[in-house]
Design a protein around this ligand. Structure first.
Ligand code: FAD
Length: 331
């Protein structure tokens, strides 16, 4: 275990917010987690900080960073393989491992930032695949009794960008994934179809296609500090959609595969409110993608970003009567 005091968090979050952590603790195994969590009051968990916004300039609560490593095959049959991965591993490194070994199920999630431990927290998803599809179980240390608590897939209460881990009551120490040895591909997205045209399909080719699409479509965090999508696509009742379609005939509506409920495009709502490309001090909505908020040259404080986000939320609420929920964890 490594303990640091009064350190800058600037290099530990993709928004590059320069908050100061009073106590920052790197945890290297489950026993350390049990020992140190017992003595801590309201800890904050931090992986690679790609879905976190630090609002306070000084973070007084202790920050726990999992550095638990390892990618280990724990069971395998002719059809599938179970792989236990430490929470401190980089998620894309695990995807690369899966693709290299011809294990199917996570290739569409290629290029998503962050740690393995954070992946179940918001049930990460991209290009028609969510991590819940391949999670067998999640190992945690519970803040109720500081003992190991295992979660089966159904106990994780996964939903669109949601899980039980958003209660911050469980420190995830490892995740076990069940990947298929039998080939199957998720190729529903138009972007993927176009990128793969005239190519022979394989896991490696699909991973490269997705990385290429993401490189084209998303902002480079080294140049534009951001945390990916800042707002979730909101679920709305059908009556509300009918009402809005009378005013906005081009309103995009999606059906959530899991629940069958209707979702609106947060990007469309933000754009219609005139925020695409809008700058306010050191913060801007990207003119490339209106779901992305950028900390210009890393000069904004977390509070500036948060206040700008509130302005967007209020404007969308006033114009459409729809509440936009912030995706990153705000601390
Ligand atoms: C450019 C960009 C593109 C992105 N694209 C996507 C995308 O396509 N799809 C998608 O779903 N997400 C996307 N994201 C968001 C982000 O990559 C994911 O949410 C990722 O899982 C965050 O991992 P992290 O380790 O950086 O999490 P952090 O920001 O460190 O933490 C996120 C949350 O998880 C909690 N947490 C972290 N580790 C643990 C742990 N061990 N135990 C318990 N709780 C923990 C934190 O407390 C916090 O609430 C994108 C982000 C960026 C910057």
């Amino acid at each position: 275990m490594k303990i640091y005091t009064d350190i800058s968090l600037k290099e530990k979050n993709t928004f590059r917010i320069n908050s100061i952590a009073r106590t920052f603790i790197e945890i290297e195994n489950v026993d350390e987690a049990k020992e140190i969590l017992r003595t801590s009051n309201s800890p904050i968990f931090l992986g690679e900080g790609s879905n976190t916004l630090f609002i306070s300039a000084n973070i007084e609560k202790p920050i726990f960073s999992p550095q638990i490593k390892g990618i280990k095959i724990i069971h395998e049959t002719n059809d599938f393989v179970d792989i236990k991965v430490g929470a401190g591993e980089n998620f894309d490194k695990f995807v690369e491992f899966a693709v290299e070994n011809n294990y199917f199920g996570v290739e569409n999630l290629s290029g998503i930032y962050g740690s393995v431990g954070a992946a179940p927290v918001q049930n990460i998803g991209a290009y028609g695949v969510e991590i819940k599809n391949v999670i067998l179980e999640v190992e945690t240390v519970s803040l109720q009794n500081f003992e190991t608590k295992m979660f089966t897939n159904s106990e994780c209460q996964f939903a669109y960008r949601e899980s039980i881990f958003k209660t911050h009551q469980y420190f995830i120490t490892s995740v076990t994934f069940r990947l298929s040895k039998i080939p199957f591909y998720s190729l529903d997205y138009q972007d993927i179809k176009e990128e793969l045209r005239d190519k022979n399909l394989s896991l490696k080719i699909l991973r490269k296609a997705i990385l290429d699409i993401r490189n084209r479509k998303l902002l480079d965090i080294k140049k534009f500090a951001n945390a990916g999508s800042f707002f979730k696509n909101p679920f709305v009742e059908n009556e509300k959609i009918i009402e809005l379609q009378k005013q906005f005939s081009e309103l995009p509506v999606f059906t959530d595969k899991m629940t069958g409920k209707s979702k609106l495009s947060a990007a469309f709502l933000i754009e219609k409110c005139g925020f695409k490309g809008k700058q306010n001090g050191n913060v801007a909505v990207s003119n490339f993608h209106s779901l992305i908020i950028v900390n210009i040259d890393g000069k904004a404080s977390g509070l500036e970003i948060f206040n700008f986000a509130k302005e967007i939320q209020e404007s969308v609420k006033k114009t459409f009567g729809v509440t936009l929920e912030i995706e990153p964890s705000c601390v």
